[in-house]
Design a protein around this ligand. Structure first.
Ligand code: HEC
Length: 104
């Protein structure tokens, strides 16, 4: 009984500690997963971005959207943008959105 309790406590503390170790780096994630289309500065002035007529992520139209709306676009995709919900955790997506807010 005691060992079982210790085991449960160990698993719980591991689960609580993990998000701290796995803290997402929004700028790095953006660079790795988004910049190829949206450009390092978010303006979308890449070859792909121009051909897809991307809106500037720094623009008011994009920035006025709530974090929830942006989360839906990023995790579910939009038009030609692929969905990232399966390859990014919600923490990753939140970190990327926090990074987007610094671009404007
Ligand atoms: C393959 C190219 C591509 C990649 C990679 C990509 N996007 Fe997009 N993104 C698009 C396209 C195309 C749209 C426009 C979709 C539409 O409006 O039809 C878009 C739209 C958006 C929008 C909505 C802007 C608006 O018009 O309101 C946000 C926010 C966004 N992308 C964020 C991201 C983030 C964050 C990442 C990385 C996790 C990312 N995108 C990766 C192509 C891409």
């Amino acid at each position: 009984m005691r060992t079982r309790l210790t085991g449960i406590v160990a698993i719980l503390s591991l689960a609580l500690a993990l998000p701290v170790f796995a803290a997402s780096d929004g700028a790095a994630l953006y660079k790795a997963k988004c910049a190829s289309c949206h450009g390092a500065d978010g303006a979308g002035q890449t070859a792909v971005g121009k051909s897809m007529k991307l809106r500037d992520l720094r623009s008011a139209e994009v920035q006025k959207q709530t974090d929830l709306e942006l989360t839906k676009i990023i995790s579910g995709g939009k038009g030609k943008m692929p969905p990232f919900g399966k390859t990014m955790s919600s923490g990753d997506i939140a970190a990327v959105i926090a990074h987007l807010r610094t671009l404007k």
